[in-house]
Design a protein around this ligand. Structure first.
Ligand code: NDP
Length: 269
């Protein structure tokens, strides 16, 4: 017999999760602040009614929203609400103190990918992934309950600057009439090349070995100055290149000018 599962939160992601559970053959109960019906599920009026299920999946906008909704009547909590590592650890502690089994997960996918192998669900703490395989591919990242949230923010922290850089680039080439269609194939190829630099850079930070035959920080500070100036010359906002210019410049003035870009981590730390 399959477990009964409740989903709290039927936003864009919560609705996709509940539908994936229905498709995986679970008996699904849903609760949402704004009453909403979802095919194949049973709606209840209060979170407490949803806690009768074997597993409760939460997918709310924030932990601040989620916290007051929970009670010790939850048997197993699979928390997929995004938050900081400290928020995840505090929830794990609350679960332990209240006899609730706890899994902390993060979704590295958009709602449209839920239920496919492309949806990677990172989880930490408890090694039992319960119903996560209905959503995609569960990957356990460690025993510390805060780890999934840490990986999530670290990975998104790569994505957002890439998006910011791409939009800056589109605005910049756009000043000369270059279209996204013309520019984007070069950008995606370039991004793949940039990705190949990461393992070596990561290793350099580990050994604090910042010698380089490739490209010194000095040259990159100058490049960021040029990008900032070119943006300003064209009347564009330069927040993105400027922020990196300032950071790299600080590393340079702290003696890393001849070192590799990896040395900037010293400034960040
Ligand atoms: P939505 O904005 O679509 O949904 C938010 C949900 O939270 C709704 O169910 C909403 O209820 C509920 N909610 C908000 N405020 C309150 C409140 N005060 N009390 C009770 N319920 C409340 O967000 P998503 O579904 O996109 O995101 C949900 C979580 O999933 C977030 O933590 C997000 O970071 C994470 N996530 C989302 C991804 C995505 O691509 N969308 C990707 C990966 C993770 P109501 O309908 O009543 O407003």
């Amino acid at each position: 017999i399959k477990k009964t599962v409740s989903v709290l939160g039927l936003g864009r992601m919560g609705s996709a999760l509940a539908t994936a559970l229905v498709n995986a053959g679970y008996d699904v109960t849903v609760w949402n602040r704004t009453p909403k019906s979802l095919p194949g599920t049973r709606s209840v009026a209060t979170p407490e009614e949803a806690f009768e299920a074997d597993v409760v999946v939460t997918c709310l906008s924030t932990y601040d929203v989620q916290r007051p909704l929970l009670s010790k009547n939850v048997k197993t909590l699979v928390n997929l609400t995004s938050g900081t590592p400290e928020e995840a650890r505090a929830t794990a502690k609350w679960a332990q103190d209240n006899g609730v089994e706890y899994v902390d997960g993060v979704i590295m996918a958009v709602p449209q990918q839920i239920g496919t192998k492309q949806a990677r669900i990172l989880f930490s703490g408890n090694e039992n992934h319960h119903v996560l395989d209905a959503f995609g591919e569960p990957v356990h990242v460690g025993a510390d309950a805060g780890l999934a949230a840490l990986y999530d923010l670290a990975l998104l922290g790569i994505m957002w600057p890439v998006f910011g850089g791409y939009l800056q680039a589109l605005a910049l080439v756009g000043t000369a009439g270059v279209t996204p269609q013309q520019f984007t194939p070069l950008a995606t190829d370039w991004l793949a090349t940039v990705g190949t630099f990461l393992p070596e850079m990561g290793e350099a930070t580990q050994h604090k070995n910042y010698e380089t035959e490739v490209s010194a920080l000095d040259i990159n500070v100058e490049g960021l100055r040029l990008l900032t100036r070119a943006s300003e010359e064209q009347g564009l906002d330069a927040t993105v290149p400027q922020a990196l210019h300032h950071l790299f410049q600080r590393a340079q003035s702290n003696g890393h000018g001849a070192h590799s870009i990896a040395s900037v981590i010293e400034e960040i730390r």
